[in-house]
Design a protein around this ligand. Sequence first.
Ligand code: MN
Length: 270
Amino acid sequence: MIRTLFIQILFITLFTGGIYAQSKEPAVQEKAPIIGLSATYETGQNSVPNTYIIAVRKAGGIPVVLPVTDDPEIILRMVEAIDGLILTGGEDLDPLRWYGEEPLPAMGAIVPIRDFFDIHLARTAVEQGIPVLGICRGEQTLNVAFGGTLYQDIPSQVRSDTPVKHNQRAPREYGSHTITVTEGTVLHNLLKDVLEKDNTFRVNSYHHQAVKDLAPGFIISAYAKDGVPEAIEMMGNPHVLGVQFHPEGPVSQGDHALLPLFRHVVEAAR
Ligand code: MN
């Protein structure tokens, strides 16, 4: 009787031990996250500069190009299909349609369907809780999508004792002006290894628009020396960031100081 019980216990121990051993098998290799890139639109083509594609790949993500549409249902399905979003650079946002200002004479080209696409893509991605990185126009899109406004043209609207040239004439990967990054921000944490002691960093600059009135619920995390905002982030959501400069320029050329910006999106998307 006792011997039978002993054999039963032994059997149960071996059996459950076998199950336990099976559960310790190495996990299936984690899939790389899919990072959607909003396309620039011209009649006849949707495209994304290869610099963005390279930067996402270097950060461990799978880049996919999201073609422009004005159908909110398609935008929702796109967001459901991706793990993270990068809003890319490009044209000016229509000031009258999106923040109620008449266009100034120095305003640039606008693409109405792309405005609709980018703004709804940004709102949907935040609603669905996926990480978002806005770059240049993408940063401006985030601000406008959540209730902010823009300088339509920095040279004619921003007055400063220390003016800064924001449309550099230099190679795309070259940092032509400094930004000062605010301590305690997500951006500061991402760049802490490359910032100078006074929290400055050289960035490239290809814009004549910029954040003016900040969207409610956001903070400005970096400024240029003329007071122009160079980065924003959403309070309480460390995975919604925007930068006015173009980190994909140097990253794609092998300068990885700004690669943590792309890694931040890819890691949060896992
Ligand atoms: Mn700039």
